[in-house]
Write a protein that binds this ligand. Structure first.
Ligand code: SAH
Ligand code: MG
Length: 202
């Protein structure tokens, strides 16, 4: 499920460096789940919100030669690092990194899979904005549905006001998905919690 050993070693190196520099990256279980999802559902075109340094993107692309990725990052340093990482990986021809706030980008292409891994308080906006970019059977996967366990904590046990506000936002997103009748969504206890959303009545 990975193209070659050299690429595998390179991705490991990107992961190590990201962890050392406190760049947030997807958990192993989440990466493995998405890679398996890509294989089983023959996903070819992926749109990702939140590139960071390209770690997750490299993993998606490593599944097969005919997978392509459009990924959006608003932080300049991370964008530049991602650019460098995709280049060094030799996979850059299959990636388009957009250096912009995702809420200000206009994309008309369609994707089999849209991955929401940007600002955790913006997921409703991301979902509403990018659902038009899904193919008929396309799926939206949202990461960090549990926000490192905070979503399941009692509010009074969370001392930081900002964190409390963020948790409230994520809970609103849970409810948004639950109430959204156009999509069937399920939340899986994979990694930090992921939501899988697909158009209803496929
Ligand atoms: N998917 C990456 C991790 C992403 S971390 C991986 O697993 O390797 C989240 C990233 O989203 C951060 O780098 C942050 O700068 C970016 N981000 C947050 N909100 C954004 C927005 N509105 N538009 C573009 N990028 C955003
Ligand atoms: Mg994440």
């Amino acid at each position: 499920m990975i193209i070659n050993n050299e690429l595998e070693a390179f991705i490991k190196q990107v992961k190590k460096e990201a962890l050392e520099k406190d760049v947030p990256i997807m958990e192993d279980d989440t990466i493995n789940y998405i890679k398996k999802y890509i294989v089983e559902n023959k996903v070819k075109r992926i749109l990702e919100i939140g590139t960071a340094v390209g770690y997750s993107g490299l993993n998606y692309l490593s599944v097969d030669y005919d997978i392509s990725l459009v990924t959006i990052e608003r932080d300049e340093n991370r964008y530049l690092k991602a650019l460098q990482n995709f280049k060094e990986s030799g996979l850059e021809s299959r990636v388009d990194i957009i250096f912009k706030d995702a809420l200000e980008v206009d994309i008309t292409d369609k994707f089999d899979l849209v991955i929401l891994d940007g600002a955790k308080g913006q997921n409703i906006n991301f979902f509403n904005k990018f659902q038009k970019n899904l193919t008929e059977k396309g799926t939206i996967i949202t990461d960090n549905m549990y926000l490192h366990g905070y979503v399941e904590k009692e509010e009074e046990d969370i001392t930081s006001r900002n964190l409390r506000a963020l948790v409230r936002k994520i809970k609103e997103y849970h409810k948004f998905l639950e109430d959204n009748e156009e999509y069937d969504s399920e939340i899986l206890k994979v990694g930090d919690g992921i939501a899988i959303s697909q158009k209803h009545n496929l």
